[in-house]
Ligand binder design. Structure first.
Ligand SMILES: Cc1cc2nc3c(=O)[nH]c(=O)nc-3n(C[C@H](O)[C@H](O)[C@H](O)COP(=O)(O)O)c2cc1C
Length: 202
């Protein structure tokens, strides 16, 4: 590995046209989902949930909810990443269980008190979505590593997506939509600002 990791980042690109008739092996899909599961998260709270959509009718409805972006309907699998919201309230069993795992023994009570203050002063939906974006980034890199293409989709109507997938709006927000498959187009040239413009050493 070592510096070869950079080749993965260079090879990944946002695919705008997927081969419609090339399915994804379940094992490959599981690799991508596992990369999401293993991602780091604030307080270790795993704010994500993954809904995998493969039915053509559901994908077509999602495409319409994504301003008709064709990659959503064409990709053989579309992972809708949900951001937990209600579960993150300090009084839930979810928080008690996951915080006890992260802060065992005597560390738990002060950690819960700290979390209560954090939660009260945080825009929870937005915070939860940022955690899901970390998982999404890892999932896209993992997809590249096993020869799959992807396209992060942030352009969607959240209420429509929740309605299509029958998502409990009290518990989840839509974080990101991630079509996966095999791209029908060649990779474009990478466009990035040089490090010299992005990095400041002090
Ligand atoms: C959070 C997020 C949301 C995005 N939303 C869309 C989208 O709705 N439609 C789309 O075609 N690309 C979307 N993209 C892809 C970006 O346009 C793309 O990553 C960027 O132009 C850089 O190109 P590259 O990924 O090919 O290197 C999104 C990317 C991110 C990270």
């Amino acid at each position: 590995m070592s510096r070869e990791i950079l080749d993965l980042f260079r090879r990944r690109y946002a695919c705008h046209a997927f081969l419609r008739d090339r399915a994804i092996d379940r094992d490959d899909l599981d690799v991508v989902l596992e990369a999401g599961r293993l991602s780091p998260s604030s307080f270790g709270l795993e704010q994500w949930k993954f809904v995998v959509v493969t039915q053509p009718e559901e994908k077509a409805a999602l495409q319409a909810a994504c301003f008709n972006q064709p990659q959503v309907g064409d990709a053989p699998a579309v992972v809708v990443i949900l951001a937990k919201t209600a579960d993150l309230h300090p009084d839930t069993d979810y928080i008690k269980t996951l915080m006890a795992r992260e802060y065992p023994g005597a560390a738990l009570e002060p950690a819960l008190a700290n979390y209560r203050g954090f939660h009260a002063n945080t825009e929870v939906k937005a915070w939860s979505i940022t955690q899901c974006h970390i998982a999404a980034a890892n999932m896209m890199t993992a997809a590249t590593a096993i020869g799959l293409d992807s396209c992060a989709i942030g352009g969607f109507l959240p209420d429509r997506v929740k309605q299509i997938l029958d998502i409990d709006a009290e518990r989840y927000e839509i974080a990101l939509i991630l079509p996966l498959g095999y791209c029908a187009e060649p990779a474009p040239e990478k466009q990035r600002l040089p490090l010299s413009e992005l990095v400041e050493y002090r």
